[in-house]
Write a protein that binds this ligand. Structure first.
Ligand code: ACO
Length: 428
C-alpha cells in the first residue's frame, strides 16, 4: 500500500476504507463508497462557502496566504508590478508565458483592432437612468455583447475562444469608459488606437472637447493597480465565471456573472465601502470610537480581512507605494490620514491581531481611484477591468480541463418530510 493514502474507519459500521491522497487532497467522490447500507448514497463532504474544497487544478495563480505570496504563472507579483505592462500580464495569464517583444507587439495590435463596440451598445446604455450604478451598467452591457457575437457560443473551438477573449479584453475598457461618461452625462469618446491600452482607456474617460493631457505617473499607477488585480485564483467572481461557464454558455455571459459577483460589498465592492466608511468616520479623532464599534459587532472594518491572506495582503503593500506616487501628483487626500490611523490601531488591537485581519487590496485602492478622479461608485468597474484577464484565463483553463463538468454542488436537505397538500380552505 502506498503511503500517499488515508485510512478511514467508519465507526457506524466498523468498516475500514483507504482512499488515495493526491497533491494534498482526497477526492470527495472517494467518500461515496463509505455507506451504512447499500443504496444510501454514501458519505458526502459538507463545506459551506468552500472553506476547504479545491474545485479545480489550476496552473495560473499561486497564493500562500500565510506567507503573503502571490504569483502569476510563477512570477512574483512584486516583479510584475515593477516591470510588466497590463497587456503583457494578460498575455502571461492567458498564454502561460511572457511574450517575446515580437509576440507582445502583435498581441497589442490584435487587441487594438477590436476596441470598437457596435454603436447599438451606446443606444442601450442610454436607456439606463442617470444615477444607474456603473457596475449594473457594466454587467448588463458585457452580457449583452453575447447578442452581438453569436459565434461566441462555439466554445469548443480554441481559435474561436481566443477571438472572444481578445474581444473582451479590447471592448471592456470601451464599455467601462462609456459607462463613466453616461453617469456624467458626457458624450462618448471613441477609442483611439494610436494610444496604448491604458492611455486609450484614460482618454475615453477624461477627454473633454477633443483634449486630454495624459499624466504618465497616474497612468502607470492605474496600470499597476490593474496588474495587481489581474487574477486571484478561485475567488468569488472567478468561481462565478467558472461555474456559469461550466454550463458551456458563451464567455460574455460568463464574464457578466463574474462582474455581478464582484459587485458585492464583500468582494470587489469593498473599495467603495471603504470610502463610505472613511466618510462616515469623518475625522481621525473618531477612529478609536469606530474601532470599538466594530469590535462590538456594529459592522466590519471594510478593506480588512481576507479569506486566504492571514498576513498582510502583498497587493496592499504594493498599493501603499502607488498611493505615495499618486498623492505626490494630486495632493494629499484627507481621508488617507483616517485610513492610516485605522490601520495603525487595528494592527495593534488584539481583536484584529487574533483574527489575523490585515488590510486587503481594497483598503487603499479606493483612495487612489478617488484621487485620480473616479467617483466612488465607479471603483469596482476598475477592479473588473483589472480582473478580466484572470476571469478569461480561468474560463479557458476550465473548458480544457478533462476533469471538469458542469458545476453542480450537492446539499444536505433540512426541510420537511413528505406531506400531503392541504386545500386552502383547510389551512386554518
Ligand atoms: N472587520 C471586523 N471583523 C472582521 C472582519 C472585518 N473586516 N473580517 C472578519 N472579521 C471577523 C469576523 O467577525 C469573525 O469574527 P468571529 O470569529 O468573532 O465571528 C472572524 O473575523 C472571521 O471572519 P469570517 O467572516 O469568518 O471570515 P471570512 O474568511 O469568511 O471573510 C471577508 C473574509 C469576507 C473578506 C471578511 O474579512 C470581510 O467581510 N472583510 C470586509 C470586506 C472586505 O474588505 N472585502 C474585500 C475582500 S478582498 C477582495 O475581495 C478583493
Amino acid at each position: 500500500m502506498s503511503d500517499d493514502s488515508l485510512t478511514i474507519v467508519d465507526n457506524r459500521t466498523g468498516r475500514e476504507y483507504t482512499v488515495p491522497i493526491t497533491d494534498g487532497t482526497i477526492h470527495a467522490t472517494d467518500l461515496r463508497q463509505i455507506a451504512v447500507e447499500e443504496g444510501d448514497g454514501g458519505l458526502m463532504s459538507y463545506d459551506p462557502a468552500f472553506l476547504n474544497t479545491a474545485n479545480c487544478r489550476s496552473a495560473i495563480t499561486y497564493i500562500d496566504g500565510d506567507a503573503g505570496i502571490l504569483r502569476y504563472r510563477g512570477y512574483p507579483i512584486e516583479q510584475l508590478a515593477e516591470e510588466a505592462t497590463f497587456l503583457e500580464t494578460a498575455y502571461l495569464l492567458l498564454e502561460g508565458e511572457l511574450p517575446s517583444s515580437e509576440q507582445l507587439r502583435s498581441w497589442e495590435d490584435e487587441v487594438r483592432s477590436h476596441t470598437y463596440v457596435h454603436m447599438n451598445v451606446t443606444r442601450f446604455l442610454e436607456g439606463f437612468r442617470y444615477d444607474a450604478h456603473p457596475m449594473g451598467m457594466l454587467l448588463g452591457a458585457v452580457g449583452a455583447l453575447s447578442t452581438f457575437y453569436p459565434d461566441a457560443k462555439n466554445i469548443s473551438d480554441p481559435v474561436n475562444r481566443r477571438l472572444q477573449r481578445v474581444r473582451l479584453l479590447a471592448k471592456m475598457p470601451t464599455i467601462a469608459a462609456f459607462v463613466f461618461r453616461h453617469s456624467r452625462g458626457l458624450p462618448y469618446v471613441l477609442p483611439r488606437n494610436d494610444l496604448d491600452y491604458i492611455g486609450n482607456y484614460v482618454n475615453m474617460t477624461f477627454e473633454i472637447g477633443g483634449k486630454h493631457e495624459p499624466n504618465p505617473v497616474l497612468q502607470r499607477s492605474l496600470e499597476i493597480l490593474l496588474i495587481l488585480h489581474a487574477d486571484h485564483e478561485q475567488n468569488c467572481s472567478t468561481s462565478a465565471v467558472r461555474g456559469v461557464g461550466s454550463s458551456h454558455v458563451d464567455p460574455f455571459s460568463a464574464v457578466s456573472a463574474g462582474i455581478a459577483a464582484l459587485y458585492g460589498p464583500l468582494h470587489g465592492g469593498a473599495n467603495e465601502a471603504v470610502l463610505r466608511m472613511l466618510d462616515e468616520i469623518g475625522d481621525v479623532s473618531h477612529v478609536p470610537q469606530f474601532i470599538e464599534g466594530v469590535k462590538a459587532g456594529h459592522g466590519r472594518l471594510m478593506g480588512f480581512g481576507h479569506r486566504v491572506y492571514k498576513s498582510y495582503d502583498p497587493r496592499a503593500k504594493l498599493i501603499k507605494r502607488v498611493a505615495d506616487d499618486v498623492f505626490e501628483q494630486t495632493g494629499l487626500n484627507p481621508k488617507l490620514e483616517i485610513a492610516l490611523e485605522l490601520e495603525r490601531i487595528a494592527l495593534e488591537d488584539e481583536y484584529f491581531v487574533s483574527r489575523k485581519l490585515y488590510p486587503n487590496v481594497d483598503f487603499y485602492s479606493g483612495l487612489i481611484y478617488q484621487a485620480m478622479g473616479y467617483p466612488t461608485d465607479y471603483f469596482t468597474v476598475l477592479f473588473a477591468l483589472g480582473r478580466l484577464p484572470g476571469w478569461i484565463a480561468q474560463w479557458d483553463e476550465m473548458l480544457t480541463d478533462p476533469e471538469q463538468k458542469i458545476a453542480r454542488p450537492r446539499q444536505v436537505y433540512t426541510g420537511p418530510e413528505v406531506r400531503d397538500f392541504v386545500p386552502i380552505a383547510g389551512r386554518g
